[in-house]
Design a protein around this ligand. Sequence first.
Ligand code: HMG
Length: 445
Amino acid sequence: MTGVGIDAIEIRTGKLKLDLAETFAPAQGEDPGKYTKGLGLHASSFPDVYEDIVTMAANAAHRLMERKGLTPDDIGRIDVATESAFDNSKPVSTYVAGCLEEVYDDDFHHANKGERKFACIAGTQSLDDAFNWIRAGRNRGRAALVIATDTALYARDDPGEATQGAGAVAMLVDEDPDLVTFSTEQGFGSADETDFLKPNQQFPSVDGKRSVNVYLARMREALDDFAAQAGDLHPDDYAMVPFHTPFPGMVRKAAALGYRHIVRDTDVELALAEEIGRQPRPEEFKTREQYFDAMEEYTDELTETERYGDWYADSIEPTLSIAREVGNWYTGSVHVARAAGLKRSLEEGREMAGEQLLVASYGSGAQAEVHSETVQPGWREEIEALNVDEQIDDRYELSFEEYEQIHDVHNHDTETDVEEFTAPDGEFVFDGWGRMGERKYRYVR
Ligand code: HMG
């Protein structure tokens, strides 16, 4: 075995679009600049009436299997990561397998199925489980199907409403993969936090401002923990840094903090010192507040330097291009960031084979995880096969009134009768309720 990692990836967006600057901001009486400049978001994706976490997951998995010429017999494990599950017992992966069995001759009865929950980091945890299963030699030559799927909705008029989204990312984890291999080293920053949670309720309770600080604090711990195993980190060692992206403005903050943190005591800090001085050290200040103020000032100056700007343009900006158009996909977000970065590399003719990615995942509640990945020679063909741009362009654009209707359609507490905005074509759709309260699905040819 030369390595274990992601062999193939597919992205499936919800088929509806809400333009945040043109449609949402004016209706909320807000300046569009809050979205385009502050949060860094242009639009959110939403599921149509007949879409949900199962259809998006099954449609992504189906395209992945067709493209790779797989049948159910090739898959030994199906893990779904989600924080939008509608069933407290039966895992979403069983619904997804049921969908796929409608279009294949054989079945997934041999496959171990499960569901992972830890806010947005569950997708990365499911990749971990698949990696460990294969490295333990329990896969008997089969691959794992990992699917991160979410409908990230907030209550109407919650500040989080600005950062909604919906979509699924299906990933095939296998030996000798075509896309990336995972490092065995990984760093964690994990603590019992109440920044964002859904205690038996559909829409999250969020302390938005605190959630931003918790993200940054846990991420710094995870970076330190990773460095303790992998050795000192240097920005030049990583071609790109895909972060969990609830909105690009969050990554702008995390990238500045991460860069500042890892260049401390390196040649980069020395080179920057000529322009903006050395980083403040706590022992140089009488109080913690003075130290934090000095750090904030240093970070502002750092992000204005050409050196930082060049690093950000190469290593961070490319990873944000899809998120800007689709919003937060919770468990799928960091995996969308990886795909976006590689997609931009392909478009710019940048060779990535052999390059390292530093992948920074996060889930509220709260936990950050950092590991590295090595891009494999087959990356180009894999990324070329994505049709995410077409999906994004083909979305139906909602008016504000239509957005209000679709929010109600997906609100579990609201009964609505809304016509679908798009026509299903060659895909799995939600098909009503079964006799035991289960959701039913069918394939529309
Ligand atoms: P808010 O109060 O709506 O927005 O909350 P704001 O007033 O703070 O503005 C946002 C940014 O836009 C600010 O930038 C403003 O200055 C700027 P910052 O100061 O932060 O750099 N701004 C403008 N810029 C230019 N022109 C303008 C303008 N107006 C304002 N005209 C908040 C924003 C993110 C808190 C809210 O949307 C929220 O609660 N979101 C949900 C929580 C969230 O996404 N938290 C992120 C970290 S936690 C996480 O990532 C986990 C998560 O994915 C869940 C999981 O793990 O399951 C959420």
